[in-house]
Design a protein around this ligand. Structure first.
Ligand code: FNR
Length: 357
């Protein structure tokens, strides 16, 4: 049976060989922002496993934009080299490679679960003061962020631009701007975390301004032939916060600014949000934005089965399926999905003899 899940998707000058995408997942395994052999094997394995596109984890555009000291970075030219090798290998397997460019904002400067534990790192322990639209900490006990002035906002826009330029040199096919999960760009979008009274706060137009400036800066240097994605949280799951209606409005703006697809997640802004989790729980957000804004969308969140993924696509609820934790359990998810759906997929020639018939 020919499925939509395993059929190609054309985005600008590039073709995803199928619609299964590795969702960005922090590995907390970098030093000074550099990718290393962990990243080579981790991302390389998922290319061997047949993913159409692999989006590398949140990669900081500046050192203070890291969630932890172990995040990947793209803030200096030296970061490019290792990615050339990784991307070359991914391309050899017929997969495309994406990078998620990120700034953690007030959620920066935390420890790593298996090193320092789930703690905030203050400057005396190797941490730094985070940046934010307003000087409101994430929760009690979290560092108080520095409220960014306009100069600093313009500086961060430049950091996104330069990181996108380096990502191109590194051979990435897709840039995804991380505007979800309560990180810096999301903090500007939401009225809960953005209490500014200047042109970056208050009205919807003002709150989206920073993201639009980042998108414009990235699009200027990101080749016309290469797709640009934006990940958002479609809702804060909180009264008075960012919501679905604003997400639709944002999608309409992004469509006219060269964004090709929105990757639709939710939450992350507040520690105590009441999230209604279940299989495919974020799919309705992707469906609504796709329909009302006529924007291509990616569905993510507890999509773990091939049939479930195929149903989302056949019902026209999204254009691609992003899979995170299932890809950690099974790097060969696309190869297995093909046999479960009785569709064809090319196995790596080295593994041909193990292919189920
Ligand atoms: C994540 N997630 C995530 N999201 C993101 O936008 N950037 C990131 O760097 C990370 N990092 C990350 C690390 C790990 C270990 C996990 C498990 C998750 C969220 C992820 O991309 C995805 O949106 C959620 O995990 C929901 O999808 P699944 O896991 O239900 O398929």
């Amino acid at each position: 049976m020919k499925t939509i899940l395993l059929s190609p998707l054309q985005l600008r000058g590039l073709e995803l060989k199928n619609r299964i995408v590795v969702s960005p997942m922090c590995q907390y395994s970098a030093e000074d922002g550099f990718a290393n052999d962990w990243h080579f094997v981790h991302y390389g394995s998922r290319a061997v496993g047949g993913a159409g596109l692999i989006i590398a984890e949140a990669t900081a555009v500046s050192p203070e934009g890291r969630i932890s000291p172990y995040d990947l970075g793209m803030w200096k030219n030296e970061h490019v080299e290792k990615w050339k090798q990784i991307n070359h290998f991914i391309h050899q397997q017929g997969s495309l490679s994406g990078i998620q460019l990120a700034h953690a904002g007030r959620k920066a400067s935390t420890g790593c679960l298996w090193r320092e534990g789930d703690v905030y790192l203050f400057p005396d322990k190797g941490g730094w003061q985070p940046l934010a639209p307003s000087s409101i900490p994430f929760e009690s006990g979290a560092p108080v962020p520095l409220e960014m002035d306009v100069e600093l906002i313009e500086w961060v826009v430049e950091e996104f631009r330069k990181s996108a330029q380096r990502s191109n040199e590194a051979g990435f096919d897709v840039v995804e701007i991380h505007a979800a999960h309560g990180y810096l760009l999301h903090q500007f979008l939401s009225p809960i975390t953005n209490k500014r009274t200047d042109k970056y706060g208050g009205s919807f137009d003002n709150r989206v301004r920073f993201l639009l400036e980042v998108v414009d800066a990235v699009r200027q240097v990101w080749p016309v032939s290469k797709p640009l994605f934006v990940r958002i949280s479609a809702t804060d799951w909180a009264e008075g916060g960012w919501d679905e209606a604003q997400s639709v409005k944002l999608a309409m703006l992004l469509k006219n600014r060269g964004v090709d697809l929105m990757d639709i997640s939710s939450g992350g802004l507040l520690p105590d949000a009441k999230v209604q989790i279940g299989y495919g729980y974020q799919v309705p957000f992707a469906a609504r934005i796709r329909q009302e804004a006529d924007m291509k969308t990616g569905a993510v969140g507890l999509i773990t089965k091939a049939e479930q993924a195929e149903t989302i696509l056949t019902n026209g609820l999204a254009d691609i399926i992003l899979v995170a934790r299932e890809f950690l359990r099974d790097p060969y998810f696309p190869l297995h999905a093909a046999s479960q759906l009785k569709d064809e997929i090319a196995w790596p020639v080295q593994y041909e003899r193990a292919k189920p018939h």
